[in-house]
Write a protein of this length. Structure first.
Lengths: 171, 919
């Protein structure tokens, strides 16, 4: 069984798995990192959304053999550390809006939201309704309106921090 | 009875109904053995707490069987001059159907409602801004628990010292202090809340509805729910329900925190394992949890508080009247203070004893009624919340099932089991009744193994069937609809297609069946029934089966069933190894439970400005209620005023009501074809039934030249309903100018002793409908929605708002986008990009939820309440925007907006392109 090395939530990890084992199962079944959820297995529902080098990725669609040793995989478990706090501002915004209902999709929602706000910051523009409409993550509880509010709030907060923190302030 | 087809049959089968009426009035005292009849004030619609009981009352509901359906006939006795019905053996007279005309617009002085806006252009209020709301804007209105007023200070001798049997007044309740090393109290509910009859109307659901049945079913065992206080000051409660996102762990923690004066965060609410002794008290459904547990949970908590005060008073040598509970501490004179944990042992009982306790008066509520964030929110946003598939049960390896290409097909033979067993990571391949199970090191290996299996399949239970053929059989089974001749009428016939009630978490369960014992982990809303069924399937005694209820990733009716738990148990037994079974999304969509396809036909007769009759014929593929809800009805059916008409009929009549005064009305349900895996989706029959009703109400208003909102308010049965509708119209700006192709819709629904009105604005302009969406459906968009809700006493407004948002999203999906397409005995949908549940691009950019002030003093149901009116409002708006009343739902069902995936192999390959665009 081949060994695969990459960075996971700030630490170097090596795991034995088939090259074609999808990262989602490497995380969940082999490494016990269960924040990313299964919702479809075909990169549709986005419940497993995590970050690869700071950008949104869906581990259900990434053969682990494609990862490089210096690739940084961040799951919901490692998100707060990227902001150097107990909670990432997006997680705090989620709490402020009391977004979660069953909570199953929310790790993926938060990771997608952080990536979106980061992208907008890179582009130097404000979030729009169209940006929010473009989020594909499914929430079967229908928390969408609170998700929108939380992202707007976090985005506004990131904008306020931006001069001091740089564009990565929100994420 | 009059105004219903064939007057001569009116009194057929009445004896039982009238018998119940009699018992309801003359029968059991308030503390006799709990039975449903005494909780149905068939002839006493006003109960204690209303000083001047109006003379208006209800005649008996009457049912008759007509072969293909059961008809509920309800006399319209909603007249101020109607005397109390006669007593035993008296035949109720037929009388002319009184025309229902507009009412005056005098609204009750409702307090300021709580409103929250989700809007692109607005800043939501800070949560603290919502806390100033008074729950007691009208102190005496409908509060049957209020007088005589007992505060804590009036409680009799507190503390562990044994009390003599205290007189139990209206607001005092008996509880138990259980023999235990630490303080454990239990509620023993001897004073059931009166059946809810806050509306004087002839609707059976207002005499006794589903919530009453479930609550009544739960009564004999409610004493077994316990509150425990430990020495570290934590308060624990094992909730005999399933938390699937609806927020009941939070609201339960709030109830306990309220009575025990501890911070909400100090209360640990866990989900109880299956406990057979709880019987029906462990079924989560019908938006019933808060309704049924509101009192017993508070009684147990209040008793715990009283014991703690007593123990502290004894320990300190001070009068108990000088000891208070405050924020998790016991405080006494002279600055004495200690955490409640310090007295947890002293307050414990050496032998189980009864004690009575008063509940906190509503005016003193500091937690109930104030917005509170979910108790599991932090766990959810950090990924720490553990769902079934996140549990680490030793040796439980990932397991999936290769399933048939058609619904409920059976395995004939497997050609390559050994070959698949030899695949990397695969440990087992075994046949089970529903397919071929594979167990492997990872779910990725399971997917590969399932895809590699070569299975020959026998036909299923829906072989060759399609949307068209099912619709034809439904049409053929529709009960007839007849109105008296010479009556003008409006009519509508509607089709509601199959819908998936999949949650985002697929069906899943962990099972360890070895050495004559079984242990199951799954999110189950009917764990007692699951346990019995699994024990029978495994050939084990029930006592050898342990069922743990885990946190659920959504339910929407799905988790009333335990399909995965049963499968997992079978697989574990057959392999002799623990298994972690998960359904693939494609399995969940194609072989999982579906909301039945149905037709609904509505006809409303009118003469001039008068509505003289309403008839609805609802015909559907059979809804499977055999998950425990059925057992409740089995046990109680004989005691219900609806007679022995079967589960589905009973459920239908108990859950459906006509909120308008439309003269004589009859609603029939007929169900056919048990070949499908069905289940009640959130709000069960109501979304379809209400959507059909509200569309024809719009049509009727148009025929009578009336504004649809004004028309509704004139015919609504009660003030609560009108207040909710008025608020929706006011907040939503009913009638405001909109561009062509954009229209408002407004709809009303009442159920679970709650009221709900929804107003939406729907944009049907081509540029909106045709907006490009990758792998999804755009279509008409709800641009604005206002949801107004009155659930009586709201425990957690923030949680209630969340439920209303979810209901709204469901209603939008059901009208516009979500359905399953049946073709050749299988559903085409196999993914979330096939089944179009509401997505962000369908979400209204602006949503307002308004929570009305308490109108009843008791919580009604909420979890499913908002789906029906939301679905109907969107449909009504669509009709108005396009000029054509929609008759087939969802409106896009005729267009297949995706490429169906193959059925063999049953699950799609895992993609490999996840890094595209990232390198």
């Amino acid at each position: 069984m081949p060994a695969h090395t990459f960075r996971l939530n700030g630490e170097q990890v090596t795991v034995e798995a088939g090259d074609d084992e999808r990262l989602l199962w490497v995380l969940r079944d082999l490494l016990g990192v269960t924040g990313p959820k299964y919702g479809c297995g075909i990169n549709v529902c986005k419940a497993c959304t995590s970050h690869l080098n700071g950008r949104a990725v869906n581990p259900c669609s990434v053969p682990v053999g494609q990862l490089r040793p210096d690739d940084e995989v961040t799951t919901i478990e490692g998100l707060a550390a990227t902001a150097g706090a107990d909670l990432h501002p997006m997680q705090q915004a989620w709490l402020d809006q009391d977004v979660a209902q069953c909570g199953y999709c929310q790790p993926g929602q938060i990771m997608a939201a952080v990536a979106l706000v980061r992208e907008l910051a890179d582009e130097g523009r404000e979030i729009t309704d169209a940006d929010l409409d473009g989020i594909r993550n499914i929430c079967r509880c229908g928390t969408y309106p609170r998700i929108r509010e939380a992202i707007r709030a976090a985005s506004r907060a990131a904008g306020r921090r931006a001069p001091a923190d740089g564009p990565d302030g929100a994420g | 009875m009059r105004c219903v087809e064939g007057t001569g049959r009116a009194r057929a089968g009445n004896a039982q109904v009238e018998g119940e009426a009699r018992r309801g009035r003359e029968g059991c005292g308030p503390y006799d053995r709990p039975m449903i009849s005494r909780r149905i004030p068939l002839v006493r619609p006003y109960t204690v707490g209303t000083a001047a009981a109006p003379s208006r009352t209800n005649g008996p509901a009457r049912l008759r069987s007509e072969g293909r359906g059961v008809e509920l006939e309800i006399p319209d006795t909603n007249r101020p001059d109607r005397p109390l019905p006669p007593g035993r053996g008296t035949v109720f007279p037929c009388h002319p159907c009184p025309p229902r005309r507009g009412r005056d617009r005098t609204a009750r002085a409702y307090g300021a409602p709580v409103r929250r806006t989700y809007a692109a252009t607005r800043t939501p209020p800070h949560p603290d801004e919502q806390t100033g709301r008074s729950l007691d804007t009208e102190p005496n209105r409908g509060d049957r628990h209020r007088a005589p007023h007992h505060g804590r200070d009036t409680a009799p001798a507190d503390g562990p010292a044994p009390d003599g049997p205290a007189p139990v007044g209206r607001r005092r309740f008996l509880g138990l202090v259980l023999a235990a090393p630490t303080l454990v109290t239990a509620a023993e509910l001897t004073a059931a809340p009166d059946a809810r009859a806050d509306v004087p109307s002839p609707e059976i659901t207002e005499l006794v509805d589903l919530n009453d049945v479930l609550t009544a079913a739960a009564l004999p065992t409610s004493g077994l729910v316990t509150v425990r206080v430990d020495e570290d000051g934590t308060v624990s409660f094992a909730l005999p329900r399933a938390e699937v996102g609806q927020g009941i762990t939070t609201s339960t923690a709030m109830l306990i925190a309220e009575e025990l004066d501890v911070p909400v965060a100090r209360v640990r609410v866990t989900l109880a394992d299956a406990r057979p002794e709880l019987l029906f008290n462990q079924l989560t459904g019908a938006s019933n949890t808060t309704f049924a547990t509101f009192t017993p949970i508070r009684v147990a908590a209040a008793l715990a508080g009283r014991r703690l005060r007593g123990a502290a008073a004894a320990g300190w040598g001070v009068p108990v009247s000088q000891v208070r509970l405050r924020a998790g501490a016991v405080v006494g004179p002279g600055g004495r203070s200690a955490g409640i944990g310090a007295f947890a042992k002293d307050a414990a009982a050496v032998r189980t004893e009864r004690a009575d306790v008063a509940l906190k008066p509503r005016g003193d509520f500091a937690v109930i009624g104030r917005p509170h964030g979910r108790v599991d929110a932090l766990a959810a946003v950090t990924g720490r919340k553990r769902f079934t598939m996140d549990l680490d049960v030793p040796g439980a390896l990932p397991t999936m099932v290769c399933r048939p290409p058609t619904i409920n097909g059976r395995v004939r033979s497997v050609a390559n089991a050994d070959e698949v067993r030899a695949m990397p990571g695969v440990t087992d391949v075994v046949e089970i009744p529903t397919g071929v199970a594979v167990r492997a090191a990872t779910f990725g290996r399971c997917v590969d193994a399932v895809r590699a299996l070569e299975v020959s399949w026998a036909p299923g239970t829906a072989e060759g069937k399609s949307d068209e053929s099912v619709r034809e059989s439904l049409r053929a089974a529709e009960p007839p609809i007849v109105l008296p001749p010479l009556t003008k009428s409006v009519e509508g016939r509607f089709t509601f297609h199959f819908r998936g009630n999949s949650a985002l978490e697929p069906n899943c369960a962990i099972a360890d069946v070895r050495d004559g014992r079984a242990e199951i982990w799954s999110s189950l809303k009917s764990p007692v029934v699951a346990r019995q069924t699994i024990a029978a399937a495994l050939g084990l005694p029930v006592g050898a089966v342990t069922v743990h209820v885990t946190e659920g990733g959504g339910s929407f009716g799905r988790k009333l069933f335990f399909d995965a738990a049963l499968e997992a148990a079978r697989i574990s037994q057959k392999t002799g190894k623990p298994v972690k079974l998960m359904w693939h999304r494609a399995d969940d969509s194609r072989q999982g439970r579906a909301h039945p396809m149905a037709t609904s036909r509505v006809r409303i007769g009118y003469v001039g400005n008068t509505v003289v009759g309403y008839q609805q014929r609802h015909t559907g593929v059979a809804t499977d209620l055999g998950h425990g809800l059925g057992e409740v009805f089995t046990a109680l059916a004989a005691q219900l005023p609806v007679g022995d008409i079967g589960f589905a009929q009973t459920f239908f009549h108990l859950s459906q009501s006509l909120p308008y005064d439309f003269g004589a009305n009859s609603r029939l349900l007929n169900e056919v074809d048990k070949g499908f895996n069905t289940g009640s989706m959130r709000n069960v029959y109501s979304p379809d039934v209400a959507c059909a009703r509200e569309l024809v109400v719009d049509r009727l208003a148009a025929a009578m030249g009336r504004d649809p909102m004004e028309f509704r308010r004139d015919f609504l049965r009660d003030e609560r309903s009108r207040a909710v509708l008025d608020k929706a119209a006011e907040v939503g700006g009913w009638g405001r100018e909109l561009p062509e192709g954009v229209a408002q819709g407004i709809a009303f629904h009442s159920e679970y002793h709650s009221r709900n009105a929804v107003l939406v604005e729907l944009d049907c302009r081509p540029e909106t409908v045709d907006r490009p969406i990758r792998d999804g459906v755009g279509g008409p968009r709800v641009t604005r929605a206002v949801v107004v809700v009155d659930v009586g006493l709201t425990v957690n407004p923030r949680g209630l708002e969340a439920q209303m948002l979810g209901c709204l999203m469901d209603g939008i999906a059901q009208t516009l986008t979500s359905s399953l397409h049946l073709r050749d005995g299988h559903f085409l949908e196999a993914s979330w990009d096939n089944y179009f549940y509401t997505r962000q691009w369908n979400t209204p950019p602006e949503v307002q939820v308004v929570v009305m002030p308490d109108t009843t003093g008791h919580p009604g149901g909420a979890g499913e309440l908002g789906v029906a009116a939301a679905m109907a409002a969107v449909a009504c708006a669509y009709g108005r925007a396009t000029g054509t009343m929609p008759t087939s739902f969802p409106i896009n069902h005729g267009t297949l907006s995706f490429e169906p995936k193959p059925t063999v192999p049953p699950v799609p390959a895992s993609p490999t392109d996840g890094l595209d665009g990232l390198r």
